[in-house]
Design a protein around this ligand. Structure first.
Ligand code: ADP
Ligand code: GLC
Length: 480
C-alpha cells in the first residue's frame, strides 16, 4: 500500500511545533509496518538543505505565480524515506518562519504557496508527476495541505483515497474569496457546502469537506471539536462528518526523547534517578537560579500564546512563588506574554528565568532538569511536551482538555491507591484553579517522599510510542 503524507513542516528540517515532530516520526513508523510511505514537502530552505540525494523528477510550471517549479525526489536524513520536494524558489526560498514574513504577518501569497502544495499532491496522485510512483492514499495534514482532497475530487476518474488530519482547528487557513482565481477551483466549490467560510475561503474546511476520512490527534479533541466551544465555527461541519471522524493519539519518538539523552547534563534511568538531580542543578546554574529553593522547579516549553494558557500562568505566578517554587520558561510568541515573563524574571532573578527564543537542545535540558512541566492550555489537540516530560520523570501539570486529558492521570487519592497517577490535572482555565493545583503539587513534592518517586517512575514507564497509533492509521487506510 502506497501512502503519501503531505505537510508543511518536518522534524528535524523545519519545525515550528508538534506538527513537525509528528511528520518526523509517523511516516517512518508506518514504513516499519511494511507500508510504502513517501512525504511531499514545500521546498523551504531547511528542507532543501536537509534532504539528501535530491534530484529533479519533473519540471512544472509556470503555476501559482511561480515561473519555475520543479518536483524533486530525495531522502529524509534520518529515516531515509523518499521525500518529494516542491522546489519553487519564488514561493518557498524565503528565510525565517514558513508561514510569516519578517514583520510577523502571514506571507501575502500563502494561498498560492499552500495551494501549490495541495495541487501537486493531487497531480502526483494522478500519476502525472512521477512516472515511477503514485500513492493509493493521500494523507494531508492541517490547512496547509487542505486543498489536496479538493483538487483530488475534481478528477472523478482518480482512484486515490484521502485522509485529512487536523492538528489544530484554530488555524483554518482563511483567505479572501478573490483568492480562488489563483487556485483554479471551480465556482461550485465556493459555497457553504464547499470551501466557503463566512464569505471567505478556508483551506481547513476544504480538507474537512472533501477528504474520505478525517482524523485528529486525540480521541478527546475529536469529541470536543464537534461542540461550539472548541469547533472554531466548523463544529457543524465536524458533526456532519461525524461518521468519518476519529481521534488517533500522537506518539513519541523515544529515540529522540529519553533520559539516556546525550543533550542533557547527566543521563539517568527509571532505576537510577540520581542523574535527574544533576540535570536540575545544572539547569538552575545555567539560568542563575538559586539551588536552595524549598519548592519544586516548574518548567514551560511552549509557544507563548493564549491557546497555551500562558496568560493564566502569569496570573498564577504569585501563588507559585509563595510556595517557594521556581519557574523556567523556554518559548516565544505574543509580545505581551514575552514581556510579562521577562518582567517576572527581572524582579525574581533567583526563582524565575526565561529564555525567549526557540532552542531544540535547550528543550531537552528543560525536560530533564525540571520537577514539573506546566501545560495549562485553553485547548490542546494532543500536546507532545507532556508526553516527553513523562518519559523524563518530570510530572506534567495540565488542564483537563484535549489530548492532555487523554494522557495524564491525576495525582489524587483514588489514582494513587490504584497505582495510576502520573501528573496533576486541573479543570478551569482560571488563575485560582491553576494556582490551587500548583499549591497541591508543591505539597506533594514536599511531603510526598517515596510517593513522589513512585509517580515519577510510573510516568517514565508510560508507553506512548508510535507503534499503537501507526497501527490505527494503517487500519484506517485499509478500511478505505
Ligand atoms: P504545538 O504544536 O501546539 O506548539 P506540541 O506540544 O504538540 O504543541 O508541540 C510543541 C513542540 O515544539 C514540542 O516538540 C516542543 O518541545 C517544541 N517547542 C515549543 N516551543 C519551543 C521552544 N521555544 N524551543 C524549543 N522547542 C520548542
Ligand atoms: C498542533 C497542536 C498540538 C499537537 C500538534 C501535533 O500544533 O496544537 O496539540 O500536539 O499539533 O499534532
Amino acid at each position: 500500500m502506497r501512502i503519501l503524507h503531505v505537510a508543511s513542516e518536518i522534524f528535524p528540517l523545519v519545525k515550528t511545533g508538534g506538527l513537525a515532530d509528528v511528520l518526523g516520526s509517523l511516516p517512518p513508523a508506518l514504513a516499519r509496518r511494511g507500508l510504502d510511505v513517501r512525504v511531499l514537502l514545500p521546498g523551504l530552505p531547511g528542507v532543501l538543505d536537509g534532504i539528501t540525494e535530491l534530484r529533479p523528477v519533473m519540471r512544472i510550471g509556470p503555476v501559482f505565480g511561480a515561473a519555475a517549479v520543479t518536483l524533486c525526489l530525495g531522502r529524509l536524513p534520518d529515516s531515509k524515506l523518499p521525500a518529494y520536494v516542491l522546489d519553487a524558489p519564488f514561493l518557498f526560498r524565503r528565510d525565517g518562519n514558513p508561514y510569516t514574513g519578517p514583520d510577523g504577518h502571514d506571507w501575502s501569497d500563502n494561498h498560492r504557496r499552500f495551494g501549490l502544495l495541495g495541487w501537486a499532491a493531487a497531480h502526483l496522485a494522478a500519476g502525472e508527476l512521477d512516472p515511477d510512483w503514485a500513492p493509493d492514499v493521500v494523507h494531508a495534514h492541517d490547512w496547509h495541505a487542505g486543498l489536496a482532497p479538493a483538487y483530488i475530487v475534481q478528477n472523478p476518474g482518480l482512484k486515490v483515497t484521502t485522509v485529512f488530519t487536523i492538528h489544530n482547528l484554530a488555524f483554518r487557513g482563511i483567505f479572501p474569496m478573490e483568492c480562488h482565481y489563483d487556485l483554479g477551483l471551480p465556482m461550485r466549490k465556493l459555497t457553504p457546502h464547499g470551501i466557503e467560510f463566512h464569505g471567505k475561503i478556508s483551506f481547513m474546511k476544504a480538507g474537512l469537506v472533501y477528504s474520505d476520512k478525517i482524523t485528529t490527534v486525540s480521541p478527546n479533541y475529536a469529541r470536543e471539536i464537534c461542540t461550539p466551544e472548541f469547533g472554531c465555527g466548523l463544529d457543524g461541519v465536524m458533526r456532519d462528518r461525524g461518521a468519518d471522524l476519529s481521534g488517533i493519539l500522537n506518539g513519541v519518538d523515544y529515540a529522540v526523547w529519553n533520559p539516556g539523552d546525550a543533550k542533557i547534563a547527566k543521563p539517568y534511568s527509571i532505576d537510577n534517578l540520581a542523574g535527574k538531580k544533576a540535570c536540575k542543578r545544572a539547569l538552575q546554574l545555567e539560568f542563575g537560579l538559586s539551588t536552595e529553593a524549598r519548592g519544586p522547579l516548574f518548567a514551560v516549553v511552549s509557544r507563548l500564546t493564549s491557546q497555551k494558557g500562558m496568560d493564566i500562568l502569569l496570573a498564577a505566578l504569585p501563588e507559585l512563588l509563595r510556595e517557594g517554587a521556581q519557574l523556567i520558561v523556554l518559548g516565544s510568541g505574543d509580545g505581551d506574554l514575552e514581556a510579562g515573563f521577562r518582567y517576572a524574571a527581572s524582579v525574581n532573578p533567583d526563582n524565575v528565568a526565561v529564555y525567549i527564543g526557540y532552542d531544540e537542545s535547550m528543550s531537552h535540558r528543560f525536560m530533564a532538569g525540571a520537577d514539573i512541566l506546566l501545560v495549562p492550555s485553553r485547548f490542546e489537540p494532543c500536546g507532545l511536551t507532556q508526553l516527553y516530560a513523562l518519559r523524563y520523570g518530570t510530572l506534567p501539570l495540565v488542564r483537563r482538555v484535549g489530548g492532555l486529558a487523554d494522557t495524564v492521570v491525576d495525582v489524587n487519592d483514588e489514582n494513587l491507591a490504584a497505582d495510576r497517577a502520573t501528573g496533576f490535572v486541573f479543570e478551569d482555565a482560571a488563575r485560582h484553579a491553576l494556582g490551587a493545583r500548583i499549591h497541591d503539587a508543591c505539597e506533594f513534592y514536599r511531603y510526598g517522599g517515596a510517593a513522589w518517586t513512585k509517580v515519577q517512575q510510573r510516568a517514565m514507564r508510560q508507553d506512548f510510542s508510535w507503534d499503537d497509533s501507526a497501527a490505527h492509521y494503517e487500519q484506517l487506510y485499509r478500511s478505505l
